[in-house]
Design a protein around this ligand. Structure first.
Ligand SMILES: [Zn+2]
Length: 46
């Protein structure tokens, strides 16, 4: 058996994809999946 690891389910603010994160999401803060996170980061650093 795998050792139980505490994860939280987050919903991406961009594409509504559900994904697991190891840190508790902050209520009211937008959260992005890995793909949207990197896309946003690239756009912001132009
Ligand atoms: Zn996303």
């Amino acid at each position: 058996m795998f050792k139980y690891q505490e994860t939280y389910t987050a919903v991406c603010s961009e594409c509504s994809l559900e994904f697991k994160i190891s840190a508790k999401p902050i209520a009211g803060e937008p959260i992005y999946c890995q793909e949207c996170y990197w896309q946003r980061k690239q756009q912001l650093s132009v």
